[in-house]
Design a protein. Structure first.
Ligand SMILES: Nc1ncnc2c1ncn2[C@@H]1O[C@H](COP(=O)(O)OP(=O)(O)OP(=O)(O)O)[C@@H](O)[C@H]1O
Length: 262
């Protein structure tokens, strides 16, 4: 096992590098995330957060280094295989079926999981789904606070509600880890707080590990167990909220004095 990688971590990344052409964007990033933790990646614009996120999800291959998920080397695994292994994710712009109702989006997600796990065969998106699938979709509607919107087509949802739906679609796949790329981007303060509560609940009640990039420091400081600060593709610091807030190098590159004394 490579140095710095612990057998108990659900996700570990060792010395990952990534360049776009001749531009090095990740310059040897190492991190590890314990099960049931909320791990936030922060840093200034252009630091490489989204690139790191894409490398972790398999959307973009890394040039060097290793990525382990739940003990398995997934460095060369495509994104869909990582999802199948339990790495759920959401996108900066929520991806849902716009012409489906909220309920049908969840029914489709439950059916997709059952097929992926070999629990079901036959036509996808059954017109008349059995009760146990409707029950599971109903439970997801309730958990996501989406019951009042069950019959609404997803294209009519507010940004915040669409994001909630995308979360619940990701949870329908029963992931062990959820990767969230700027989950509160573009939201009203109320929607941000709602999403933050949902993320905390997902971790507390389902025990799901969460890895997220996020610009809103109130959200990060409220939720994160561990924070990693990136700058120019390199790790400036990794630590708890208190450790990051009081780290002089982090204050220099990102937080400034005001946030650290908030
Ligand atoms: N597909 C690409 N091709 C070329 N360069 C890219 C590509 N994607 C990102 N970059 C460059 O890589 C660097 C890191 O970008 P990245 O989007 O990962 O940063 P970020 O920390 O997520 O920034 P932000 O907070 O603004 O979203 C930037 O210099 C960016 O211009």
């Amino acid at each position: 096992m490579a140095p710095g990688i612990s057998g108990t971590d659900i996700l570990s990344i060792h010395d990952v590098t990534k360049s776009y052409g001749s531009l090095p964007v990740l310059k040897g990033v190492t991190l590890s995330v314990g099960p049931g933790r909320i791990f936030a990646i922060i840093g200034p614009n252009g630091a490489g957060k989204t690139t790191l996120f894409k490398v972790m999800t398999g959307e973009s291959p890394c040039n060097g280094g290793r990525i382990l998920f739940d003990g398995a080397d997934v460095t060369r695994q495509p994104a869909h295989q990582r999802v199948r292994m339990g790495m759920g994710r959401t996108f900066q712009v929520a991806r849902v079926f716009s012409d489906f109702t909220v309920r049908d989006n969840l029914v489709a997600a439950v059916e997709a999981r059952r097929r992926a796990h070999g629990e079901a065969t036959g036509p996808v998106l059954a017109i008349d789904p059995p009760d146990f699938i409707l029950d599971e979709a109903a439970a997801l509607l309730a958990e996501g606070g989406l019951e009042r919107l069950a019959g609404v087509e997803a294209r009519f949802l507010s940004h915040g509600d669409k994001k909630r739906l995308e979360f619940m679609i990701a949870l329908a796949l029963k992931p062990r880890m959820l990767m969230l790329d700027e989950p509160t981007a573009g939201m009203s303060p109320t929607d941000r707080q709602g999403i933050a509560r949902l993320i905390a609940r997902i971790r507390d009640q389902r025990g799901i590990t969460v890895v997220m990039t996020e610009h809103d420091m109130d959200i990060v400081f409220t939720l994160a167990d561990q924070i990693m600060v990136l700058n120019y593709g390199e790790t400036v610091a990794t630590g708890t909220v208190d450790e990051i807030r009081h780290n002089p190098a982090v204050q220099d590159v990102y937080l400034g004095k005001e946030m650290t004394h908030a």
